[in-house]
Design a protein around this ligand. Structure first.
Ligand code: PLP
Length: 395
């Protein structure tokens, strides 16, 4: 690492742990390291901290139902968003083995999409709802797909690449008409969009700590009370038998604190961050010929923009940005390393010459206007330099 300033615009890949979150989790490594399942007070007393974290997560997603002991049991702690997604879908198939059909969108994150492909190999019929060129769901096709054989529908709340927000409440209502469960991968939505599960039709919802300023390696799955549930991980009785394995105490406490902070920063996400994102888009489009915003411009996460720079490679753009200390991503961070455009851009039918040069900028509450202005100032020269060498570039 050099001493150049880092401009981190890759917050859909992961976020910095908030200093308050780090402070909250710090005592649970070397001081309060007991096992919450222990009988002695040293360990056992930690259980109340986990319950408090559960309450904080429940507050962020508006899950207000308690059990008869006053516990917010609808929230199950997991190791990540991927585990939550897998657990939800596998649970639905196991809880109701007579129904085999699974429906998901064609633009799900690999945490859901790859599971879909794997289920297909194991003989489950999986249907993928197509999207249009802006990445919007084909709701008519969706309605045609759902039937009484459908065990579960899983549609993401917000897309990690384009930032597109999907009509999950409407999708849940349609799923319920046919007796199917509805799950949403809300990993990118939670903390950026208001959420009120108490007033929702969604049966299960996944979230991940490291997308909202908690550490990597912790997530949660919301399971509406009364939904038949089958655990993915079998063993001890942790999480009321729904997710075995000694609790990742420090990270769970951290997720609770991050949830509390996120509840307060949603307004900032939707005003200051959105204003910076819009400033970035306007600046790039005004100064770079044929820069194209991809996705549903009207209905996106406030922090995300995916910009297609025609006739050049995203990887080359990222490398030149990296030299200036600017971090972004080409499509999904999880799919970089492969030069194929992501399955999301392919599902949208984005022409290859644009898809290859698509760069995702994703902001957080830690970004400043000065950083955005630096990016607006530097990007035109990078794009012009690469296009100069490109055989595909026509002015
Ligand atoms: N779902 C979405 C929409 C994501 O963006 C991600 C991560 O990028 C995941 C799921 C996976 O979450 P995790 O990294 O916590 O497994």
């Amino acid at each position: 690492m050099t001493d150049k300033k880092l401009i981190y615009l890759d917050n859909n890949a992961t976020t910095a742990v908030a200093p308050e979150v780090f402070e909250a989790m710090r005592p649970y490594f070397c001081e309060q390291y007991g096992n919450p399942g222990s009988i002695h007070a040293f360990g056992g007393s930690i259980m109340s901290k986990i319950e408090h974290a559960r309450e904080q997560v429940a507050a962020l997603i508006g899950a207000d139902r308690k059990d008869r002991h006053g516990k917010f049991t609808e929230v199950i702690f997991t190791s990540c968003g991927t585990e939550s997604d897998n657990t939800a879908i596998n649970s639905a198939l196991r809880a109701c083995p007579k129904k085999k059909k699974v429906i998901m969108s064609a633009v799900e994150h690999p945490a859901v999409f790859t599971l879909g492909k794997d289920l297909e190999k194991r003989g489950y019929p999986v249907s993928y709802v197509p999207v249009d060129s802006s990445g919007c769901l084909d709701m008519e096709r969706y309605e045609e797909m759902v039937d009484t054989e459908t065990a579960i529908v899983s549609i993401m709340w917000a897309n990690n690449e384009t930032g597109n927000i999907y009509p999950v409440e409407k999708c849940a209502e349609i799923a319920h008409r046919y007796g199917a469960l509805f799950h949403t991968d809300a990993v990118q939505a939670i903390g950026k969009l208001p959420c009120n599960m108490a007033d929702s039709q969604i049966d299960m919802l996944s979230l991940s700590g490291h997308k909202l300023h908690a550490p990597k390696g912790v997530g949660a799955l919301y399971v509406r009370r009364g939904i038949r549930f089958r655990p993915n991980q079998i063993g001890g009785h942790q999480e009321r038998g729904r997710r075995a394995g000694t609790e990742n105490v420090a990270s769970i406490i951290a997720l609770g604190k991050a949830a509390e902070l996120a509840l307060h920063s949603i307004k900032e996400e939707n005003t200051r961050i959105k204003m910076l994102r819009d400033r970035l888009e306007t600046g790039l489009c005004a100064n770079i010929p044929k820069a194209k915003i991809l996705g549903d411009i009207e209905n996106r996460l406030p922090n995300t923009t995916l910009v297609g720079f025609e006739a050049i490679e995203g990887e080359s753009i990222l490398m030149m940005m990296d030299r200036l200390g600017i971090c972004a991503s080409s499509g999904s961070a999880c799919t970089t390393g492969s030069l194929e455009p992501s399955h999301v851009l392919r599902a949208m039918g984005v022409p290859y010459t644009i898809a290859h040069g698509a760069i995702r900028f994703s902001l957080s509450i830690y970004n400043t206007q000065e950083e955005i202005d630096f990016v607006i100032q530097e990007m035109p020269a990078i794009i012009a330099w690469l296009r100069n060498m490109s055989p595909f570039w026509k002015k």
